[in-house]
Write a protein that binds this ligand. Structure first.
Ligand code: 2P0
Length: 331
């Protein structure tokens, strides 16, 4: 039990992350454990702020209130937020319901990893509101249970999440190198502001169930992960970039071979990918990645970021292009 007089409001700010070695597929759906190891950069430009306020006026029947950008949110997003709150309530021994207010400083549900920053911020704010003294590792494991990529957003810089062992609910992410380790940028070209049709969760579950290429993906992913990890530690952009592109396209190939196909790219995606290839033939070290959405994210050195940004803008295929740098963990 916790001391009720000192608790009630928790606030947290977390940054989204972009995976250089991708997570796609689960080894344990109940505990939400990834089937493959992944490695990401936490990004300073994609921020979610969440406040959790315990509210005595909300009884168990009224339930929690979840607001995204000041609008009430129901459905799957709310269910997953309430499940996280339920787990924190069980640990705190406190039944009170909460009001959750989340503000995303970037477009949500379009493949820009809003669930990563969202659940990292929610786990942290909820622990604070309910007076639970949790370590970063515990918060990372709670966030992972809601969204595996969220486990990585508790930490700043370059972060890994191992593949999960079935039944192990303690799996948390850990830091590979701090944000200052390497002066790289991710230039994010938004291909569309539409909400995506297939969530990552549904997309990866369908891929695992029906794609003949899923076993090949699971077999190859640890190799891409090791190459990315070694490359990050050695600050070797070419090594990381080549392995990141291989991880990206293998993940998307496994999804495309699902029945029906799980397809995230749009027409603009191909134009943006071609732009990055042509930058490379002009001698700029720039490499593409894509997540569960049509956007293209480009890894390059900070000194090349402006040139990459201008080239992506000049294609006319992006609705917005922004530059992000390795950012901090949850605050
Ligand atoms: C990643 N993605 O490593 C990969 C690459 C999208 C493509 O993690 O089911 O929202 O909630 O654990 O974490 C997005 O999936 O999925 C994701 P759940 P999540 O960043």
């Amino acid at each position: 039990m916790t001391d009720r007089s000192t608790i009630g409001v928790g606030r947290a700010r977390a940054c989204a992350n972009i995976a250089l070695a991708k997570y796609w597929g689960k080894s344990d759906e109940t505990l939400n454990l990834p089937a493959v190891p992944s490695l990401s950069i936490t990004l300073d430009a994609l921020v979610t702020e969440t406040t959790v306020t315990l509210d005595d006026a909300l009884d168990a029947r009224a339930g929690d209130v979840v607001l995204f950008d000041q609008k009430p949110r129901d459905g799957e997003d709310k269910t997953r937020a309430v499940e996280l709150l339920d787990r924190v309530r069980a640990i705190a021994g406190d039944e009170r319901r909460a009001r959750v207010e989340t503000v995303n400083h970037f477009p949500t549900a379009s493949g820009l990893a809003s669930s990563a920053s969202g659940f990292a911020a929610l786990a942290t704010a909820a622990a604070r509101a309910y007076g639970v003294d949790a370590s970063l590792e515990q918060l990372s494991a709670w966030a992972r249970r809601s969204s595996a990529s969220a486990a990585r957003s508790l930490y700043g810089g370059f972060v890994e999440l191992a593949a999960g062992v079935v039944g192990d609910d303690s799996l948390a992410a850990r830091v590979v190198a701090p944000a200052e380790h390497w002066d790289v940028c991710i230039v994010i070209a938004l291909a569309s502001l539409k909400r995506k049709k297939t969530s990552s969760r549904d997309g990866m579950i369908e891929t695992a169930k029906t794609s003949p290429y899923y076993p090949a993906w699971v077999a190859c992913a640890p190799g891409y992960f090791r190459e990315v990890r070694d490359g990050v530690l050695a600050r070797d952009l070419e090594k990381v970039g080549v392995a990141m592109e291989a991880s990206t396209f293998a993940m998307h190939a496994s999804a495309l071979a699902a029945r029906p196909a799980v397809r995230y790219y749009a027409a603009a995606t191909a134009t943006l990918l071609e732009c990055v290839e042509s930058l490379r033939s002009d001698g700029v070290a720039a490499y593409s990645t894509m997540d569960a959405g049509p956007h293209v994210k480009v890894l390059c050195m900070r000194s090349d970021a402006e040139r990459v940004r201008e080239a992506l803008v000049a294609t006319g295929a992006a609705v917005d292009v922004r530059v992000a740098r390795p950012g901090p963990g949850v605050q």
